[in-house]
Design a protein around this ligand. Structure first.
Ligand code: PMT
Length: 474
């Protein structure tokens, strides 16, 4: 608690400190409402236990000039505690209330302040910053900032980022109650809401100026809950999704295998995105060092044969199957019982085809919505379309891999990727982005195509089977 005291003493300069006594600020920081929440890090920061959807999310926190700017410190700390990566952009007005140094220390990154600052733009330009974020939250959002946003202004860094973004934007208004009630603010807020901007608050109560009414910034814990909700889309609510991920290993002898460079990142990101979309998710994973995403049932396998068996065993009640695993196409015809000795100048391995998991699922469960991947080093379009038709599946997510994909890190074992989606009568490009973001975009497209599938391909889960006390669709 002592370090907290020093921190706030350092960050609340002159006039603001006079109007908002430190003792009251500390009391508020520690007494934030945390319905069902957990206490973290020595009593300073609170977060709710059900905020898994913030894990690995990239949140850009915008801070504008308001006495509530001090709450941004607690918000940033809380978001990071909940697993989000946070960057901060602040207006010149905001730095009158809280220092960039404080927000830099709490976010772990330099604070972005100026538009067209050569040095800052060389590090991460305002466009890159807007592409980096999964969500932009401006907290506090002053009346002036809201007005400037409503006008589409882009003459400072934060408003330019807000204008350039293609991700959800949420504002946490903070201002005097009369300013909030003014017809001009009301109109600006309505304009922004019509453009899809989310308003988190304001809350009502005692204000810094001594008046009472609506205009207080929502508490950080509430803002975190609302941001978490942004990612909980519910697009696949009630659906069961089975996803394969990672590589397979085909044994050559007891210590050697044929494998590939898949890390599982793409498939695991899909699992997390499907959970956020409200689905029950089963993951059949080849060897991977990744942690199992929250709320995902994971079955570990090694070979293509084992992956097929695990998939078929868990297909009951599955609505959507996604084959993101890099399944070996060939395996040694014979796996030696003992380690092969290097007593020959040449060694020939005879290979045979592995079972095609995707094609098997589609032929045995024609009504399951099946999504395959295509990893290609040439002719992406032609190969992807052929896979769609040959395997009779509903969608293909194609990616360039290896040296053919220098911009995306090669598809395999990188944190970024790019996808082109194909279905019978359409396609969609998902440009280079983090695998987490791509996974959310792919899940949204799958949900859309799933809803529009022809009636002949719809599932009828009309029997409920009780297995181990858990009702399941069959
Ligand atoms: O795991 P990462 O490091 O994040 O890398 C991600 C990825 C590059 C592995 C992923 O994005 C990807 O492309 N996965 C599919 C790789 C692959 O095996 O592609 P393919 O074109 O060889 O296979 C086409 C489809 O058939 C895939 O859905 C595959 O799962 C499936 N398949 C392949 C062979 C087989 N025997 N059975 C199958 O079901």
């Amino acid at each position: 608690m002592n370090s907290l005291f020093v921190l706030f003493a350092a960050v609340i300069p002159g006039a603001a400190a006079e109007r908002w006594p430190l003792r009251a600020i500390l009391a508020r920081a520690v007494a934030s409402p945390v319905r069902g929440g957990q206490l973290a890090r020595g009593g300073f920061c609170y977060y709710r236990a059900d905020m898994q959807s913030l894990t690995n999310k990239r949140i850009l926190v915008g801070v504008t000039g308001s006495i509530a700017a001090y709450k941004a410190a607690e918000l940033i700390r809380g978001l990071r505690d909940a697993g989000a990566e946070v960057r901060v952009a602040m207006t010149r007005g905001a730095s009158e209330f809280i220092t960039p140094m404080t927000l830099q220390a709490l976010s772990g990154h330099p604070v972005h302040q100026k538009l067209l600052d050569t040095q800052a733009e060389a590090g991460m330009s305002h466009i890159e910053l807007s592409r980096w974020a999964d969500c932009v939250l401006v907290a506090p959002a002053s009346a002036d900032f809201i007005a400037r946003l409503a006008q589409g202004r882009a003459d400072d860094l934060l408003s330019a980022v807000c204008l350039a973004r293609d991700v959800p934007l949420a504002l946490a208004p903070a201002m005097n109650r009369q300013m909030w009630a003014d017809a001009a603010t009301e109109k600006n807020v309505r304009t922004l809401q019509q453009r899809g901007v989310l308003m988190f608050g304001p809350a009502a109560g005692e204000q810094a100026c001594g008046e009472v009414g609506p205009g207080r910034m929502e508490e950080p814990a509430e803002l975190m809950r609302r941001v978490a909700e942004v990612f909980e889309t519910g697009l696949l609510a009630g659906k069961t999704v089975l996803i394969t991920a990672g590589p397979t290993r085909e044994a050559v002898d007891p210590v050697r295998y044929i494998g590939n460079r898949s890390s599982g990142k793409m498939g695991y990101a899909l699992c997390a995105a499907a959970v956020e979309a409200g689905a029950r998710v089963i993951l059949v994973s080849g060897p991977s060092t990744l942690a199992t995403p929250e709320r995902v049932e994971r079955i570990d396998v090694e070979s293509a044969e084992q992956m097929l068996a695990a998939v078929l065993e868990h297909m009951d009640g599955v609505d959507i199957f996604i084959g993101a695993a890099a399944v070996a196409d060939y395996r040694p015809r014979q796996s030696e019982r003992h380690k092969i000795k290097k007593d020959q100048a040449h060694l020939t391995l005879e290979l045979e085809r592995t079972p095609d998991i995707l094609a098997t699922v589609k032929s045995r469960r024609p009504r399951v919505f099946c999504v395959g991947f295509a990893a290609e080093t040439a002719n992406l379009d032609a190969h992807a379309r052929r896979k769609l038709e040959d395997k009779g599946i509903d969608m293909v997510a194609a990616n360039w891999v290896g040296p053919a994909a220098p911009d995306t890190g090669g598809g395999f074992d990188s944190d970024t990727n790019a996808l082109r989606l194909y279905w019978a009568d359409g396609e969609l490009d998902l440009p280079v982005a983090s695998k987490d973001r791509l996974a959310r975009q792919l899940v949204a497209s799958i949900a859309q195509r799933y809803e529009r599938r022809p009636p002949g391909r719809r599932q009828h889960h009309n029997i409920v089977e009780l297995r181990g006390g858990t009702p399941r669709k069959t």
